[in-house]
Design a protein around this ligand. Structure first.
Ligand code: 48F
Length: 256
């Protein structure tokens, strides 16, 4: 018969099993927004041991809010985007200007796609620092997100990883730590170039172009890529995010 203590024991056993199993992985992706979840699926599809770390309890990042909380987003009519929608089973309605997709369906199905492919998601945990050896990022330093919110002095724990992806969106948190503590990024100034004001015709292409290695062992994708390499924001159009997530997975797969 199930009771409270047995419930506790089962939850703890599985949580600790997961934590121990994922202390050494191939790829850590910080941030479960659209680009991070898409990257996770395509890496895990290829048997790469992939851990997606999200500091909020909910996955999805900026997807849920649609455009100013209207629950739809747009993606472009591009062959590669049709393929991604098909891979995740996301339905769309075709309009003259693009494909309209539900933000709620998109957030849920991107998560399901990543998990079904075999990626692991840790939520409520923040990447607060990186581990570095021989001038290469080789892991992340993590802590409960609630520790930061509460302002508690609690030392973190560390996971090792062959590659780290900064998919933390606009604040590009992992790259910021690298600039602050480790050294120059592969940007013109060596620092974070900074996100620019809205200009979607430009930024949808730039976010894909900027998806690359920003420091040995550290890749950037999604809005973090545009923040790090200095390109405009784009608002509730997500085709560039989708392609950026796919591109970072392809780049890491090539390196492996
Ligand atoms: O911002 P976000 O959705 O990332 P994205 O994949 O997509 C951007 C779009 O949503 C939108 C846009 C489209 O045109 O501009 O903004 O670039 O999701 C980033 C996720 O990273 C989490 C954060 O809670 C969010 O869910 N995150 C941020 N910092 C950390 C983190 C951290 N230090 N550790 C773990 N997760």
């Amino acid at each position: 018969m199930i009771n409270e203590v047995k419930t506790t024991r089962n939850i703890l056993k599985h949580s600790f099993d997961d934590l121990i199993k994922y202390t050494e992985v191939d790829v850590v992706i910080a941030g479960a927004g659209p680009s991070g979840m898409i990257a996770s699926k395509y890496l895990a599809d290829n048997k790469v041991k992939t851990l997606l770390i999200e500091k909020k309890l909910s996955i999805g990042g900026g997807i849920w809010g649609g455009g100013m909380m209207f629950p739809y987003i747009l993606v472009q009519k591009d062959r590669r985007i049709y393929e991604i929608l098909k891979d995740f089973g996301i339905k769309y309605r075709s309009e003259k200007d693009g494909l309209v997709i539900s933000s709620i369906e998109t957030a849920s199905k991107l998560c399901a796609g990543a998990v079904n492919a075999g990626a692991k998601i840790f939520n409520g945990i923040a990447v607060e620092d990186v581990m570095i050896r021989k001038n290469r990022i080789c892991g992340v330093v993590i802590n409960w997100a609630a520790v930061e919110v509460a302002g508690l002095h609690v030392d973190p724990l560390t996971l090792s990883s062959k590659f780290v992806v900064d998919a933390t969106g606009h604040p590009s948190e992992v790259s910021n730590v690298v600039v602050r503590k480790v050294g120059r990024l592969k940007t013109p100034s060596g620092k974070i170039e900074g996100e620019k004001s809205m200009w979607l015709e430009k930024s949808e292409n730039l976010v894909v172009k900027n998806t690359k290695e920003a420091f040995p062992g550290l890749y950037v994708c999604g809005m973090a890529a545009n923040a790090v390499f200095g390109a405009p924001r784009m608002g509730p159009i997500f085709g560039g995010m989708f392609l950026s997530g796919k591109k970072v997975a392809d780049k890491i797969l090539n390196k492996m």
